[in-house]
Design a protein around this ligand. Sequence first.
Ligand code: FAD
Length: 379
Amino acid sequence: MLRVDLAVVGGGPAGSIVAREAARGGLKVVLLERAPNAPLRCTGIISTEAGEELGIPGGLVLERLVGVVVHGPQGTRAVLTGDSTKALVLDRVGLDKYLRNEAREAGATVWEGVSAKGWDHSVLFTSEEKLAPELLVGADGALSGVARWAGLPPPQEILAGYQAEVEAEPRYPGHAEIFLDPGIAPGFFAWAVPAGKLLRVGLVTHRGGEGYGHLKSLLLREFPESRVVRISGGLIPLGPPPSTATKRVFLVGDAAAQTKPLTGGGLYYGGLAAKLLGRLLSEGRQAEYERAWREKLGREIEFALRARRAYLDLSPVKLDYLVSLLRDPELGKFLLARGDMDRPSRILGELRRAPHLWPLGLKVLKTLGGFSRFAQFLQ
Ligand SMILES: Cc1cc2nc3c(=O)[nH]c(=O)nc-3n(C[C@H](O)[C@H](O)[C@H](O)COP(=O)(O)OP(=O)(O)OC[C@H]3O[C@@H](n4cnc5c(N)ncnc54)[C@H](O)[C@@H]3O)c2cc1C
């Protein structure tokens, strides 16, 4: 049995970042990844600021996005174009390999093709050798086994994502297309995003629904001439559980639902929490993790959960009305210049400082259920 300071289950971005930071801090770390060659299950969008903060190398960037095209369910369309890059589309499979390699270079031992099987509070059973870690991290995704073994609760909600990589020319180069259409993506939205030579077309909806059927309908409706290269699916946890740590076990990334409830994106929040956790573990300050990550992300997650509930209440007519408001060139310019993909609540404070947009801003807020729904988030 191998004794180590830390075992990390899951070599996705969150697990590799924890392993890297902890190893850099001097801990003896083993990182386990059961499927090191898994196919793409992500669109790979991250804001430019998040890319910088997480140290994503330029070689992993497939596309730079300057704007977004929003489609309402009844055909209304708003094209918002910024004057600089707002977001990056990453080679996500390459990112996972890159980060695992960084963990290795920092001194972590990486076991690829090895599965964690169970935990009895001192021994981690794996498909290979047993491990006896002082500390255990669950970075093993939305259906975290580590969470179950440690008696930690699951995320508040888990949705399902479906994505096709298709050969098709982007209709709006440099833009992500978003489809707000309850007929195609009940409970969420669909997208088409250029990624190098391919287009990533996907949607998120409830688990156990007709996800693949909806994806097929979306492809037929929007890209009838395209050739599908690959189809994949994955889970999207939303809303962190009330507790993500015990004295010796810590959840991070999707395992802790450190995702953005409005988009399902987890690369940035998970990466941020992972960096924090790795450092705290190596400094012996792990007891601070739960409070510290919620201090960084809790407010934005709460705001976005509330905005998501407001979005779910909207009828197709109201959705189209919202998109029609976005067509206002001043509002579009404002949202791209002052909006923050990673901290959506900040738009309220920005709006307060832009009186010329108050009439439009109030219409948007009224459609979303009224200002009082969001008042507590005004900074
Ligand atoms: C269709 C889709 C599109 C998405 N698009 C975006 C996007 O554009 N931007 C964005 O920010 N986010 C996006 N996401 C979300 C993003 O992919 C996740 O938030 C992110 O992958 C979470 O990283 P993680 O390291 O926490 O978990 P994961 O990436 O899920 O990694 C967990 C790892 O743990 C391994 N594992 C699990 N159990 C075990 C075990 N018992 N033993 C060993 N290994 C184990 C798995 O093989 C896996 O590699 C998308 C998700 C989906 C489904």
